[in-house]
Design a protein around this ligand. Structure first.
Ligand SMILES: NCc1[nH]cc(CCC(=O)O)c1CC(=O)O
Length: 335
């Protein structure tokens, strides 16, 4: 008989790991379709799907294809989709006027999806980069990203999205004061029920490259976004941003990128008590896909493990480009 440790053999924690059903019974966190928001890239045209080279399996979709995709997502009980436009270069200008054009690509897509798939939520970004010939999230003058002048454009953009039927606005621009400005404008124009998911803890990250390709912003961007996105070294500052955004009228807050900032997911969820979402960004998606294509990781297991990590950290949900695929997997019966 081996010498018993303090509690061994009366206590054998491995008893709860021996079978799949037992592991399922004692799981502390679960992933369901209700946890997923699906980001979708929209492009001009009819019956078009343009593959994005740096995001294998992800394509830009024309509006008619996006309606079909939204319907598929709704049938899989994905609560919401987030639409991002690939704006033609000809419509990108220093004043970013296309951002608040009521008939811009993403507003037209929103109307079409709302008309054909009324039961799925639509989230729209509020930021100028897809419409900006300078590539930045705000107006630029003499190389400086202007905060206060940008707020007035963001307000018009937000109202055009609310008018188009957006259910959630996602201010991803990181200008100071934008949440309060948008919330006040929504109230004044009787859009009291349009929710705000503020990109509160949004970092100046190297993980956005594929997205910028997808929306056509990478070519225009000169320099980086460090004068408005957060310093990756900072944690307390992100908490202050989340608290500020909630005080200004945000209903939900986001941490972005996701896995490189899992500590912030836990801190923001625990310390704000607000619904907290992680954005598993394009670079995170591309890393999993590239490693899988090289046969270095088990793709399906890695995707599930990464998404479950955000739930374990306390997130209410995840924006992920894997959403549709995972919702299909979760809908399959357990054999
Ligand atoms: N402000 C625009 C915006 N909204 C979402 C992302 C990135 C999403 C991703 O990488 O998947 C970006 C790019 C950026 O901030 O440069």
């Amino acid at each position: 008989m081996i010498t018993p440790a303090a509690h061994f053999p009366m206590s054998r924690p491995r008893r709860l790991r021996q079978t799949e059903w037992m592991r399922r019974l004692v799981s502390e966190n679960t992933l369901t379709a209700a946890d997923l928001i699906w980001p979708i890239f929209i492009c001009d045209g009819q019956d078009v799907e343009e593959p994005i080279e740096s995001m294998p399996g992800v394509s830009r979709m024309s509006i008619d294809r996006a309606v079909i995709a939204a319907n598929e997502a709704a049938n899989l009980e994905i609560p919401a989709i987030a639409l991002f436009p690939n704006t033609p270069d000809a419509l990108k200008t220093p004043d970013c006027a296309e951002a608040f054009n009521p008939d811009n690509l993403v507003n037209r897509a929103t109307r079409a999806i709302k008309q054909n798939v009324p039961d799925i939520g639509i989230m729209l970004d509020v930021a100028l980069d897809p419409y900006n010939s300078d590539g930045h999230d705000g107006l630029v003058r003499d190389g400086v990203v202007l905060n206060d002048e940008t707020l007035f454009v963001l307000e018009k953009q937000a109202l055009s999205h609310a008018e188009a039927g957006a259910d959630i606005l996602g201010p991803s621009d990181m200008m100071d004061g934008r949440v309060g400005m948008i919330r006040q404008a929504l109230e004044q124009h009787e859009y009291q029920n349009v929710a705000i998911m503020a990109y509160s803890a949004k970092y100046a990250s190297a993980f956005y490259g594929p997205f910028r390709d997808a929306v056509g912003a990478s070519g225009a961007l000169k320099g980086d976004k460090a004068t408005y996105q957060l310093n990756p070294a900072n944690s307390d500052e992100a908490l202050r941003m989340a608290m500020r955004d909630i005080a200004e009228g945000a209903d939900m807050v986001m941490v972005k990128p996701g896995m490189p900032y899992l500590d912030l997911c836990q801190r923001v969820a625990n310390e704000t008590g607000a619904p907290t979402y992680a954005y598993q960004v394009s670079g995170e998606y591309a890393m999993i896909e590239a490693a899988a294509q090289n046969g270095w990781i088990d793709r399906d297991k890695a995707i599930m493990e990464a998404l479950l990590a955000f739930k374990r950290a306390g997130c209410s949900g995840i924006l992920t480009y894997h959403a549709l695929e995972i919702a299909k997997k979760l809908a399959e019966p357990i054999l």
